[in-house]
Design a protein around this ligand. Structure first.
Ligand SMILES: *[C@@H]1O[C@H](CO)[C@@H](O)[C@H](O)[C@H]1NC(C)=O
Ligand SMILES: *[C@@H]1O[C@H](CO)[C@@H](O)[C@H](O)[C@H]1NC(C)=O
Length: 209
């Protein structure tokens, strides 16, 4: 299923960019070692998007690589992955979790008029299988628009207080209208409280001409 979802994406980029523009995948770790709250604060995510940042570290693996908190990655690392993998050591047996991957700089950080763009939302995940729940918005690759600068990609994990009806009309709509998504409003609507764990990485797409 994911394979077919990604096919149009891949072909568009190969046509637009041509062979020589496809950078080989890279990961640049952050220059200073910060914890999760410091990373959210320093990158401006706290001020721009999420007033109460998470303190837990939501580990993210893309294309079999652990993405360092606050690191920079090439879009090539994500555009043909099937699914990310998430781990958080603080999950509790029997609880359900909601996870988001969001691009909060859509279409660009300079002019984020459609903040934020949903790269994936999965609700009702069991504690021992984050992404084993209901896919409200299936994952799409973390690829910014060409030449729109660095985007901040934010992963958030919430502990649920209730089961969420993934077939409700409001949630079904999210898969179709993926922009202007507010994590804070969603959390309030579904009684999620504040996120318990999170991550941030940066990515940009540049042309090579
Ligand atoms: C992060 O930002 C929040 C909100 O501005 C602030 O209350 C908190 O003290 C900051 N924490 C750190 C570790 O910088
Ligand atoms: C993308 O997928 C192809 C085919 O599976 C693989 O050969 C290639 O290494 C992948 N690229 C990245 C960046 O993972």
């Amino acid at each position: 299923m994911f394979f077919f979802l990604f096919l149009p994406f891949i072909s568009i980029f190969s046509v637009v960019l041509g062979e020589q523009c496809l950078q080989s995948p890279f990961i640049v770790p952050p220059t200073e070692k910060l914890d999760v709250v410091e990373t959210f604060n320093k990158s401006g995510v706290t001020d721009d998007y999420l007033p109460v940042p998470p303190s837990g570290n939501l580990e993210l693996i893309l294309s079999s690589k652990l993405i360092p908190l606050g690191g920079i990655i090439s879009p090539t690392l994500t555009y043909n992955y099937s699914l990310p993998t998430y781990h958080y050591s603080g999950v509790k047996k029997g609880e359900l979790y909601t996870v988001f991957m969001l691009d909060i700089d859509w279409p660009s950080r300079d002019n984020p008029r459609e903040r934020s763009y949903i790269n994936g939302i999965v609700v009702n995940n069991p504690f021992d299988n984050i992404l084993g729940g209901d896919f409200v918005v299936p994952f799409t690759p973390a690829v910014p628009e060409v030449n729109s600068g660095y985007h901040r990609y934010v992963g958030l994990l919430y502990k649920q207080n209730d089961v969420i009806d993934a077939d409700s009309m409001d949630l079904l709509k999210l898969a179709k209208f993926k922009t202007r998504f507010s994590a804070v409003d969603f959390a309030a609507t579904y009684n999620l409280g504040n996120p318990i764990a999170g991550n941030i990485f940066f990515s940009r797409y540049v042309t090579c001409s």
